[in-house]
Design a protein around this ligand. Sequence first.
Ligand code: EPZ
Length: 445
Amino acid sequence: MLLAGLLASFGAAVAPSRSLQSERVHVMSRLIIEGNHRLNGVVNIHGAKNSALPVLAATLLARGKSEIHNCPMLTDVAASVRILRYLGCSVSRSNGCITVDSIGLNRSDIPDNLMREMRSSIVFLGAIAARTGEAHISFPGGCELGTRPIDLHLSALRQLGMEILEERGRLECRVPGRLKGTTIALSFPSVGATENILLASVTAEGTTSILNAAREPEITDLCNYLTRCGARIAGAGESAITIEGVDALYGCSHTVIPDRIETATYMAAAAITGGSLVLNNICPEHIATVIPTFEEAGCRIDCKKNELLIKAPQRLQRIRSIRTMPYPGFPTDAQAPTMAMMCVADGTSVFVENIFESRFKHASELMRLGAKIKIEGRVAIVEGVPRLSGAQVKCTDLRGGAALVIAGLAAEGTTEVLELHHIDRGYDNFEQNLRNTGAVIQRLD
Ligand code: EPZ
């Protein structure tokens, strides 16, 4: 059903009624999980959502066709495609490859309903303004993880010469002449702000330097795509990035990197069920700080070139403390799945969430399954229990939703997971992959 909904949305022009229709399908969907089955087998990891989204926005800057390979089938990716089509681009999809031809780009606005579909809609701002000299958008949607301001994006774009008027929830942006390179020092290495600066500056006049830039692999992937299109970027993946503006970019072929958060999610699923999984098409370097956490919990991990084997112990051990940090620190996106797994570990684990102000919403749902969790501000204390027991739970956000599914895999009896539209934003083929490796899980619409 999800696949049908996504295919429908890839084939559709912008049609609010259709997106409403597919949303209704998601709201009614639920996962039924019979817990206590070990996972065993092979999972192929998809392309990274958080790479595919900014790269798709970046295709606006490239004249001619870009072929983006290894794009996951997700509702957020479908939302990006809807935005590109609304702007006049022609977009087609064949298996995992999305081809974008931006030659027909003929508008510079994004309607509110499309902006609200995901957080990543904000990175279209830099690309649209750089290409057309103006942009008219509203504030983005996305997971509710706290206030999630966009002040760093706007301040950086203003420094590049963009005039931005904030009026009744809309952002009216104009570029007098051409954007001009400058030095931008970010007060926090924001992923989205770094992406917006990159998109706005690759065709700006002169040199732009980003200090305290985000170093996430998804930033490097975006830089690699832009460089292939003709951009001149030095320092991708480091804290200081230098961009020398060029006159134009030209479409190219690019393959999205493996999804490190999807990888960590399946590792947690294997670990909590006492199972063993081989994860294919991964990048070990991108999960280098996640692996020791699983090893501390007692899992055996073997990494080859682009393959990871995880074998869980009889009973997981507690992890002393997990502090989420910007890359290369422990990723905030892996916090919820790891917390699910620590709910049944031997001992007490402590989680400190340093990136988002409100990213423990899944904890109260995990407690419905019998988890013992105490939240104090940005700290969660998880006292492992011998077993969880099935109940009805609701996804609160994307990674929190995945955490509930993971917990359900290990719970005794039946777990029913509602509000699946959150999960469908970020996990391609989730329940099929779990079912193929031994989970008893079914989606009901
Ligand atoms: C990206 O979000 C990811 N999303 C998130 O993944 C991820 O959790 C996050 O980076 C951190 O790694 C996408 O790539 C689409 P930020 P983003 O700007 O860009 C504050 C997932 O589950 N901030 O680095 O929104 C902000 O409030 C998602 O896949 C400002 O204060 O993250 C937050 O506390 C969820 N002002 C912190 O910085 C700003 O202008 C990090 O945000 C921008 C951000």
